[in-house]
Design a protein around this ligand. Sequence first.
Ligand SMILES: Cc1cc2nc3c(=O)[nH]c(=O)nc-3n(C[C@H](O)[C@H](O)[C@H](O)COP(=O)(O)O)c2cc1C
Length: 206
Amino acid sequence: MPTLLNIQSSPRGHHSISRTLSHDFVAAWQAKHPDGKVVSRDLAENNLPFVGIPWITGIFLPAEQHTPGMQRALADSDELIAELFAADEILIGTPMYNFTVPANLKAWIDLIVRPRVTHSGPPERKGLVLGKSCKIIIASGGIYDEGLPAAASDYESGYLKRVLGFIGITDVEVILAGGTAAVAFGSTTVEELVRQFRPAVLAAVR
Ligand SMILES: Cc1cc2nc3c(=O)[nH]c(=O)nc-3n(C[C@H](O)[C@H](O)[C@H](O)COP(=O)(O)O)c2cc1C
C-alpha cells in the first residue's frame, strides 16, 4: 500500500492555483493507487514553530539529556520526519513568495533537515531519506520557465531540489505553474489557467 505525503503551503484555500493543481494530482494518484494512503500536512492551517535554541541544542544531545523544553521543540520535528520516512511519494504544492519558498515551507524544511536523522552530518554528509520520489507544483505570479530571462530569479525550484537532495530525495520533478498574476488582473480565470498546467500535473502521477 503506497503512501503519498501531501504537503500544502498556500494560505489561499480554493483560490490557490498550487492547491487546485495539487488536488488534481492527488485525485489522479488515488485513482491509480486505490489501495494507497494519502497523508496531508497543511502548513497554512497550523503554523510550525521556527527552530530556536532548545531545538538547536537538543539535536546534538542524546534523548536522555533532553530538557522538557528540548523535548517540546523536538516533538514537531520528530513527527514531521516520521511522516517523511513513512511516505513513498511526496507532493509539495507551494506558491513562490519573493522568489523563493514561503516562510511556512521553510519552517517545515528547517525541522526536517536534521543531522544523524535525515542526513549523516559531516564528514560524509549523506542523505538518509532514501527510496522516495517528490513532485513539486510551484504557482507564481510571473513566469520563470527555463530559457526565459526571469528563470534566473527562480530561487525556489533549485533550492527545493538542493535541500531535498541533501537529505537523500534526489528523484524530484518540478512543475512550474507561472503566470497566475493574469487571474488577479482579470485577463484569465483560475479554471483557464489550471487547464493549461493540468496535463503536466497528470503526467507526473506514477
Ligand atoms: C507575499 C507574496 C510574495 C510573492 N512573491 C512573488 C514572486 O516573487 N514572484 C512571483 O512571480 N509571484 C509572487 N507572488 C505571487 C504568487 O506567487 C502567486 O499569487 C501564486 O499564484 C500564489 O500561489 P497560490 O495561487 O497557490 O496561492 C507573491 C505573492 C505574495 C502574496
